[in-house]
Design a protein. Structure first.
Length: 276
């Protein structure tokens, strides 16, 4: 971990911040079912020089994909316009932490439009489409971390790494994929347990309700019900090509505090809605 003083010194070299614009694909894709677009989100649309250069490098590696960034205002407008009459929307609005907004957003936009999602701090050293077969209806990968809860036997037989968590900082799905539909339903179903409740370590509760915990649970349920050979399972960390932290990505917390520093607080407020 960088000390506060060292961070302040390094920040000098990261300024001025660079504004990130959307980018259109410049090459054809072989993908037949997953739309060739990567959605990303962050509170703002400007980044430190090093992080900006790494984001651009990731984009350059994927000329067959378009990239669209949703900063806070654009994200909130999308959720209200498209999901304002769905039970997930009031949960989104009452969430207390940025990662929860980003979690819910990625599931919603991929269900509604299809495409890929990658956290703005992450990437791949391999092109994203190269990880998928032409007829892939989805792209998932596994974390290196073991999951202490085992799935049902049918899911174990159908998953390449059933003992692992499924990462959700990067993914891809065809429009209307049933995994995403069930995932949003699960968040709505389990929300009452989390609403208004204070957690000693909020990060863990977030991971359970909207993050990798719920994502892993839902995909295990999917594999327990069906064997989808067109859902690409790209090994551990995208077959070793995943980049968990792009160089300079720590600078983004100069504008937004890290949620991992919170303790003994609620993660989502009570929803007064006809939905919940």
């Amino acid at each position: 971990m960088l000390s506060t003083i060292k961070k302040q010194i390094l920040m000098i070299g990261e300024k001025p911040m660079q504004t990130l614009s959307d980018r259109r694909a410049t090459a054809q894709t072989h993908l037949q079912n997953i739309p060739p677009v990567v959605y990303q989100t962050w509170e703002v649309d400007y980044f430190g020089k090093t992080h900006f250069a790494e984001i651009e490098k990731f984009r350059d590696l994927n000329p067959d994909l378009s990239f669209e960034l949703f900063a806070k205002e654009k994200l909130e407008a999308y959720m209200e316009e498209v999901w304002g009459n769905h039970p997930i929307y009031p949960i989104f609005k009452k969430s207390k932490f940025g990662p929860m907004f980003a979690d819910i957003f990625r599931y919603c936009i991929l269900l509604e439009r299809g495409g890929f999602y990658f956290d703005i701090s992450k990437g791949c050293s391999a092109s994203v489409s190269s990880l998928c077969a032409a007829n892939s209806t989805g792209l998932i990968s596994y974390e290196a971390h073991d999951c202490v809860v085992i799935p049902n036997m049918k899911a174990i037989e159908r998953m390449t790494h059933p003992e692992k968590y499924i990462l959700q900082w990067g993914m891809g799905f065809a429009k209307g994929h049933p995994i995403l539909q069930k995932l949003i339903e699960n968040i709505c179903e389990y929300y009452p347990y989390f609403k208004g409740k204070s957690f000693a370590i909020p990060k863990n509760a977030i991971l359970s309700l909207t993050g990798p915990g719920m994502f892993t649970k839902t995909i295990r349920e999917f594999f327990n019900e069906s064997a989808d050979e067109n859902l690409t399972q790209a090994g551990i960390d995208f077959n070793g090509s995943g980049i968990y932290s792009l160089k300079g990505s720590w600078v983004r917390y100069a504008t937004v505090p890290a949620y991992t520093t919170a303790n003994s607080t609620i993660i989502v407020d009570w929803v007064l809605s006809r939905f919940i």
